[in-house]
Ligand binder design. Structure first.
Ligand SMILES: Nc1nc2c(ncn2[C@@H]2O[C@H](COP(=O)(O)OP(=O)(O)OP(=O)(O)O)[C@@H](O)[C@H]2O)c(=O)[nH]1
Ligand SMILES: [Mg+2]
Length: 216
């Protein structure tokens, strides 16, 4: 009887766990974001910015809601480390791509890498959020600027692909995805916009789980 009750209690109080991967170039602010999420959502505060070093490998942090756990994987963004990202694609429920909105010099490198993430077949149907980080800096690009910059970059890429191959090699899914891409502005350092981003993830992982359940 005890085991039956215990099992029932566990069933009732069980929390569903979803994995979110945080990607982006080195220096974009991924670890600062993860640590800020920990500070905002858990009892143990995350590391302060002065304690954060470039990530060699990965960091993980979990936050719990009443019936849901979001498990964040912050992956190192340095060129040599990006080759491990794909190992996380199969099991993730959402992807966050962080852009340093202040670093104009590296925007196209950031889009290059973002594009390779978008083209991974494993994450085709996975919710994807683009974050324009460092909005606290006076010269950072706005959400609108970031979206336009990406769209310009993408159009440019399509044009050069057409010139090389003489036809449009882009698949429709990718174009649809870009058209419906959500972009949010945050400051991982100050925490502005971070709750909004977590809310977005929370809702989107639940919704896509429901669609899976219905076999859509
Ligand atoms: N002004 C400002 N600086 C930020 C913000 N987020 C991160 N930074 C700074 O950007 C630098 C890089 O931050 P990290 O969080 O280590 O970047 P990362 O994306 O984890 O980098 P890798 O681990 O190398 O992939 C640090 O000096 C941070 O303090 C932000 O919102 N505003
Ligand atoms: Mg890091």
């Amino acid at each position: 009887m005890y085991h039956l009750l215990k099992g029932f209690h566990e069933y009732l109080t069980r929390k569903e766990e979803f994995s979110v991967i945080i990607l982006g170039l080195d220096g974009a602010g991924k670890t600062t974001l993860l640590e800020k999420i920990k500070t905002l959502y858990s009892d143990t505060p995350g590391l302060t910015p002065d304690k954060i070093a470039p990530t060699v490998g990965q960091n993980m942090g979990k936050i719990a809601f009443s019936s849901t756990i979001l498990k964040f994987w912050d992956l190192g963004g340095q060129r040599g480390i990006r080759s491990i990202w794909h190992r996380y694609y199969d099991d993730c429920h959402a992807v966050v791509y962080v852009i340093d909105a202040q670093d104009r010099e590296r925007l196209s490198e950031g889009w290059e890498v973002f594009d390779s993430v978008l083209s991974a077949p494993q994450i085709l149907g996975v919710p994807l959020l683009l974050l324009a980080n460092k909005q606290d800096t006076p010269d950072s690009l706005s959400v609108e600027d970031i979206r336009n910059d990406y769209e310009d970059w993408y159009r440019h890429k399509l044009d050069s692909t057409r010139r090389t191959y003489g036809s449009d090699h882009e698949n429709d899914h990718r174009q649809e995805r870009i058209a419906s891409l959500d972009v949010m502005g945050i400051s991982a350092l100050e925490g502005t916009g971070v709750r909004g981003a977590v809310d977005w993830l929370f809702i989107r992982v639940q919704n896509s789980r429901r669609r899976e359940d219905q076999g859509e």
